[in-house]
Design a protein around this ligand. Sequence first.
Ligand code: ZN
Length: 289
Amino acid sequence: MIPVLITIDLETAMDHVLSEQSEIVVRVFNDFSELGIVTTSFVTSEFAERFSVQIQNTICSTNEYGLHGRDHSVRENYCRMTREEIESNIHASNEIVSEITQSEICCFRGPFMSTSSITQQVLIDKNIRADYSVCSQRFDFINSRGGNLSWLISPRTVYHPSIENPYRRGELPLWVIPLSCIGIPFISGIMYIFGLSFMKYFFRLLLAESLKNGKPIVYLFHTYEFSEPVNQANQVPADSRKSLIHSLYIRDRKKRYEMNLDLIKYMMSFDEVQLFKNSDYLKHIELIM
Ligand SMILES: [Zn+2]
């Protein structure tokens, strides 16, 4: 059996139409729970507060909420923040997200895939048991603000990190669950550039590897990708604009959503594949490792 984790990042994109972002969250979770698509959704406390009604309307057994930090601003980069900033951010955002989602949060992904040793120690103090911020063997690490040269040498499969280095194996009682990458990350943006057939091929490569080593396959998309961008670029603060790579993406938002549904259904069509949300996956690995 090959575990597949469909992960969704929920952050407000100030350069996309806000009203659409709120409608889309409801639509995604309604559609997904109807189709039996199991997900783990990393949400910023800013998004959870802004769209608290929508979030509360989407609470369902097929989705688990994780923490995506406070507001995803450029300053919220866990590779660079001080211990005081990290503690205050994680403490405050964890309380807000737990309350709004009416759940105990037990996983984290830093904005821009950022993390650090201090962050991981703070996560453990908060009873958060898994960090999804590492992108092992992602060569375009410069395209992510939280990107790190150590991604090239970090373990490909699930591991306990070392106390000094989040990208090395060690003894910390936390699981690092890396995003699937083979040079490029297994994320929706790649599909919007290279197409659905390419992503299916990418998935088959990951599946072949997992059949040998049991590694989970972790996929990522954002809900704001299905909302229209704000036209007047000068209305959007410079640090909220997305990177230039986004200009290569297929423009049709409806098509993007359909591509994600098609890709996920394709993954589910393999007999070996089982979708997991974070807490069930942790139970699974703790049984076998
Ligand atoms: Zn994010």
